[in-house]
Design a protein around this ligand. Structure first.
Ligand code: PLP
Length: 395
């Protein structure tokens, strides 16, 4: 008889967003005249930049002509896009070879797929709270998971503990859900720790485009030694509104060697075996993101979200509510006022102010008592939500 992968039975049901949706639906049914404002959205809301749409339109036309039609492309992405990514990194002071860049259909797939390269008996170190994909993909593979605590004392930026031994380390900066960003010195300590343990860091930089402070690293490769111990995952989802268009990239440096084996070669082998590439049309759209006009247009969208974030953080400061994030990130992570639990505050905010956020407890045990707000919404709605919040706390 066929046997299933029983590790799947160890996954916990994720009821976070379904329970949020259920509670909002019930509230709306009971209060049909009240307007609900959603500050829990984890998806972008602004459309693709015009240069991206034009580039994809041209690519569609090419696909419809015999002379310019394209079938299968290189699994790791067209050279034009890998070169564009290299130029983008060069602009940040990081030199990459084209062979180190792999184009993907988004960071989520590669974060899961990369685990094909690692044996099941590796120990994994994951921050708590965090983006749930890291935990679930390792549970599916039956790996031992250790957690590192994010909390108020470390501003939700856990640091290495020399007593803890780990082989695979996840770092996400700027972080989802907390919006916290590691400094250069903090990442240097992580790279030193990983090198000493011969571990591999899986660095998720999906929100790097939101970093405004020039002293903060936007790539793990800003840190000396990272090329010997880190793989970086990035995405155009939040950088350029590609959540529905799907394109990202993963960097596997040539210097990353374990068991005398190049991880770059293993990943190329894995991708050419199990993946047939991202659509040509999408890759042309992604290439346009990295053009100077594309950068200008996509940065304008990011500026809009960051201005939304500022409206939220200014209000929290005024009300004396503790928070992290929001300055170099679309996420704001706050401590629930008056010692409330995450879900208690969710209900309170919904009933008293018609505002929907995301309970921190849904992102790990350390998220209990905290709450995530996001800046991806509409400006006028955020202004109204902040006015409601002020009224609630000044009342
Ligand atoms: N990494 C983090 C931290 C995220 O928050 C997300 C999406 O929300 C992703 C990766 C996935 O991004 P993509 O749309 O590229 O799959």
């Amino acid at each position: 008889m066929m046997k299933i992968n029983e590790n799947f039975l160890n996954l916990k049901d994720s009821y976070l967003f379904s329970l949020v949706a259920k509670k909002v639906k019930e509230y709306k049914e009971q209060n049909p005249d009240k307007k609900v404002i959603r500050l829990g959205i984890g998806d972008v809301t602004l459309p693709l930049a015009p240069v991206v749409v034009e580039a994809m339109g041209r690519a569609v036309q090419e696909m419809g002509q015999r002379e310019t039609f394209r079938g299968y492309g290189e699994e790791q992405g067209y050279a034009f896009l890998r070169q564009a990514v290299c130029r983008y990194y060069a602009g940040k002071g990081v030199e990459l070879a084209e062979s180190e860049v792999f184009i993907s259909d988004g960071a989520k797939s590669d974060l899961g797929n990369i685990l094909d390269l690692f044996s099941a008996d590796n120990t994994v170190l994951i921050p708590d709270p965090v983006y749930p994909v890291y935990v679930d993909t390792n549970i599916m593979a039956g790996r031992k998971i250790l957690y590192m605590n994010g909390n108020e004392e470390n501003n939700f930026l856990p640091m290495p503990d020399q007593k803890v031994k780990a082989d695979i380390i996840y770092l996400c900066s700027p972080n989802n859900p907390t919006g916290a960003v590691y400094s250069k010195e903090q990442l240097e300590r992580w790279v030193d720790y990983a090198l000493a343990q011969e571990a591999v860091i899986l660095f998720d930089s999906a929100y790097e485009a939101f970093v405004q402070d020039p002293s903060l690293p936007t790539s793990i490769y800003h840190i000396a030694g990272a090329r010997e111990c880190a793989i970086e995952f990035c995405s155009l989802s939040k950088t350029a509104g590609f959540t529905g268009t799907r394109c990202g990239y993963t960097v596997v440096p040539q210097q990353l060697i374990r068991n005398q084996t190049s991880l770059n070669k293993l990943w190329l082998r894995r991708q050419t075996t199990k993946f047939n590439g991202v659509p040509y049309i999408v890759q042309r759209g992604a290439e346009a993101v990295f053009s100077s006009e594309g950068m200008r247009q996509t940065k304008a969208n990011i500026a809009y979200y960051l201005q939304n974030a500022k409206l939220i953080t200014d209000t929290l400061k005024e009300l004396g509510i503790w928070f992290v994030g929001g300055e170099n990130s679309p996420y704001i992570w706050l401590r629930c006022p008056d010692g409330m639990g995450s879900w208690e505050f969710f209900d309170y905010l919904l009933v008293k102010a018609g505002i929907v956020g995301t309970p921190g407890a849904g992102f790990g045990a350390n998220g209990e008592g905290f709450f995530r707000l996001t800046a991806f919404g509409d400006r006028d709605e955020i202004l109204e939500a902040m006015a409601r919040l002020r009224k609630l706390y000044h009342a």
